[in-house]
Design a protein. Structure first.
Length: 150
């Protein structure tokens, strides 16, 4: 898992920002423990309807010191898109959007997925700069930039 700048837990950040209550956090933690152990707390909170995608992205920005980009509104050139095959972009829920020298800027729904980051680095031969966006923004960008065959 990628290191985050802020060692506070995501639940603590959401509590401090008064996005969720202690009882909502406790319920989500309980649901997380009884469900899929690989599911992030943020995904559980989203599923329960206690937070919005924007709330989660804001908390991740604070926790991991990752920059946010509204990738669905970003103009991306075809040469950048060609660096990542469509099936990889959809499978890893990521989109390359800029390249400066050997550094490829990529937006990912799960910025802590080190395996996906390694796959991208291997595919492109570039160092990866991670950005985050909401899941719905990534969905819109994937549909526009990497349309799947019917």
């Amino acid at each position: 898992m990628a290191a985050c700048h802020d060692r506070r837990l995501i639940g603590d950040i959401l509590l401090e920002r008064e996005v969720i209550t202690r009882s909502q956090l406790d319920e989500a933690l309980s649901a997380q423990q009884s469900g899929d152990p690989r599911m992030y707390l943020g995904a559980v909170l989203l599923r329960l309807g206690y937070v919005s995608e924007v709330d989660m992205v804001t908390a991740l920005v604070l926790q991991c010191n990752l920059p946010y980009i509204a990738v669905n509104k970003h103009k991306i050139t075809p040469d950048i898109l060609e660096l990542i095959p469509p099936q990889m972009a959809h499978a890893d829920r990521m989109i390359p959007f800029d390249r400066i020298g050997n550094i490829l800027s990529v937006v990912m729904e799960d910025p802590l997925d080190d395996a996906a980051r390694a796959r991208i680095e291997k595919q492109t031969g570039c160092l990866i700069a991670i950005f985050i966006s909401t899941g719905s923004e990534i969905d819109q960008a994937l549909a526009r930039l990497y349309p799947q065959e019917p």
